[in-house]
Design a protein around this ligand. Structure first.
Ligand code: NDP
Length: 498
């Protein structure tokens, strides 16, 4: 087949017809999650002959189970967001009373029904992803992929038969899996995979960790009426986010009834007649129906046979790549969580797109990690883009201006909910450029996506101020923050991380 100009192994662009070696595929992708599907579809659209392999589908992953769509679609972002929607109705129903809704009869929540609907949707999406691949002309193999040479892959199918193919380029897009801390009784705990598919809604949940998943599941289960204890090692959850916003999230979690255990370690899990006893280093004994470990994820590289071909890994087992997503073996590339760069679905999509453009589209395209917005889907959510106050203090050359707005959302004035929304802008005092924005409150991710465009365009505070607001909305606060909350001088010391 004739391919457009593409990058050769040494990084030079080839001339059409220059490369005479025959391969079964121009590209073979291992892993059909967000990054792998994007890279294979776009490469095929550029004219490449593409094969992709993925493990059989199941909501709970293992070394030998996965599914087309990957973590985000099957056991991550999508089912999580469905559960967040489900949990949010609890608060909405409470808020509805002061708006005149007479909810005199007992309101029941049917977990099994929601779970069934969620599973239907995941199955539907799995089918859509398969169709996306076949419509693009990508050949899908169900089975476990291994790399057996710089240009050779082997797929072990469900019945044990092995298929071998040669490929000019191999892309590793196998994502990551939840990791479990080594605590006595750790086998009694579940990870987010199982948490998204529990048969029964727990009445009492203990969540270990202070990251995205921990905070999101604490919100989900609490919103559905469970007693939730959230155990984390730092003073505040969500290390790495703006400290002030972390405190807001902690306050909101507590306000909604989550029991926070900061500066706490889980030391033991013990099975009892009454459930699981979770023991902490403060001597607390918390009884739970479910204990969730939300303590980070590790890259899926163990069974890829990478040592045989000499692909370099970092200390946690992530595939090391250059800014074009290429490994130390010129024909082997990697995108998404398996590279542990910024583990977010839209980032894997960006990396997959850049890979396809560079290798098959004749354009040297590199992922741009600046101004990537993200959201923690706690209830209410936190969303940020750009620098936190702490990062700005560390990185900025000159003074920093911090603008904050804490307000009672209009809806709460009637509902009576005691929960403030908080917004924040970090501005470079000299250039007036907005360096970072954060919001914790209803609709924060929906609002932040637009703010991210502004920051990507290099918007100044003056431009924010000259933008007319949408009234009445929470979003308009971002263009009406007139007074500086504080100015941080260039020589101010970085604050310690809480
Ligand atoms: P995170 O990296 O966000 O957080 C891990 C948490 O686990 C931290 O609070 C960390 O504590 C704690 N931890 C780690 N090891 C231990 C241990 N041995 N004992 C106790 N606590 C421990 O991981 P998650 O699992 O929450 O999420 C994984 C990734 O998935 C995230 O990095 C994110 O990229 C992605 N994700 C994104 C979402 C989104 O975009 N909304 C939603 C869910 C996941 P400490 O801070 O003290 O180190």
């Amino acid at each position: 087949m004739a391919l457009p100009r593409k990058m050769l192994n040494d990084g030079e662009l080839s001339k059409p017809g220059e490369d005479e070696t025959y391969y079964d595929f121009d590209l073979f992708v291992i892993g059909a999650g967000s990054g792998g599907v994007r890279a294979s579809r776009f490469s095929a659209n550029f004219g490449a002959k593409v094969g992709i392999c993925e493990l059989p589908f199941h909501p709970i992953s293992s070394e030998v189970i996965g599914g087309v769509g990957g973590t985000c679609v099957i056991r991550g972002c999508v089912p999580k967001k469905i559960l967040v929607y489900g949990a949010s109705f609890g608060g909405e129903l409470e808020d509805a009373r002061n708006y005149g809704w007479e909810l005199s009869e007992k309101v029941d929540f049917n977990w099994k029904k929601l779970l069934e609907k969620k599973t239907d949707e995941i199955n539907r999406l799995n089918g859509i992803y398969k169709r996306l691949l076949s419509n693009a002309g990508v050949k899908l193999f169900e089975g476990e992929g291994k790399i057996v040479g710089p240009n050779e892959v082997e797929v072990t199918q469900l019945d044990g038969t092995k298929l071998s193919y040669s490929a000019k380029h191999i892309l590793i897009a196998t994502g990551g899996r939840a990791q479990r801390p080594n605590i006595p009784g750790q086998e009694l705990a579940i990870t987010s995979d199982e948490a998204l598919s529990l048969e029964d809604l727990p009445k009492r949940a203990v969540v270990l960790g202070g990251g995205y998943i921990a905070v999101e599941f604490a919100s989900i289960w609490r919103g559905m009426g469970a007693t939730v204890d959230l155990i984390f090692r730092k003073e505040l959850p969500l290390r790495g986010f703006d400290d002030e916003m972390r405190a807001v999230v902690a306050r909101n979690l507590e306000g909604r009834g989550v029991n926070l255990h900061p500066r706490t370690h889980l030391t033991d899990l013990i099975k009892t007649e009454d459930g699981i006893k979770a023991v902490t280093d403060h001597g607390e004994e918390l009884m739970a129906d479910v204990v969730l470990f939300a303590t980070g994820r590790t890259p899926n590289t163990k069974r890829l046979n990478l040592e045989a071909v000499g692909v370099e890994l970092d200390e946690i087992g992530a595939v090391k790549v250059d800014e074009n997503s290429r490994t130390n073996i010129p024909s082997i590339w990697a995108v998404g969580d398996v590279t542990n760069r910024l583990n977010l679905t839209p980032v894997a999509l960006m990396e997959g797109t850049c890979f396809a453009k560079s290798v098959f589209g004749g354009e040297n395209s590199k992922p741009d990690y600046n101004h990537i917005p993200c959201a923690v889907f706690s209830i209410p959510p936190l969303s940020v883009v750009g620098l936190s106050e702490e990062q700005a203090i560390e990185q900025a050359q000159g003074d920093i201006l911090v603008f904050t707005s804490t307000f009672n959302p209009l809806k709460n004035t009637i509902s009576g909910r005691q929960e403030k929304s908080v917004m924040k802008l970090i501005v470079d005092a000299e250039t007036d450029k907005v360096l970072g924005a954060s919001m914790c409150g209803p609709d924060a991710p929906e609002i932040m996506q637009g703010i991210a465009v502004a920051l990507k365009c290099g918007a100044t505070k003056a431009q924010f101020d000259s933008t007319v607001g949408i009234h009445p909305s929470a979003a308009e606060e971002f263009v009406t923050m007139r007074s500086v909350s504080r100015r941080i001088a260039a020589d101010a010391k970085p604050r310690t991380n809480l």
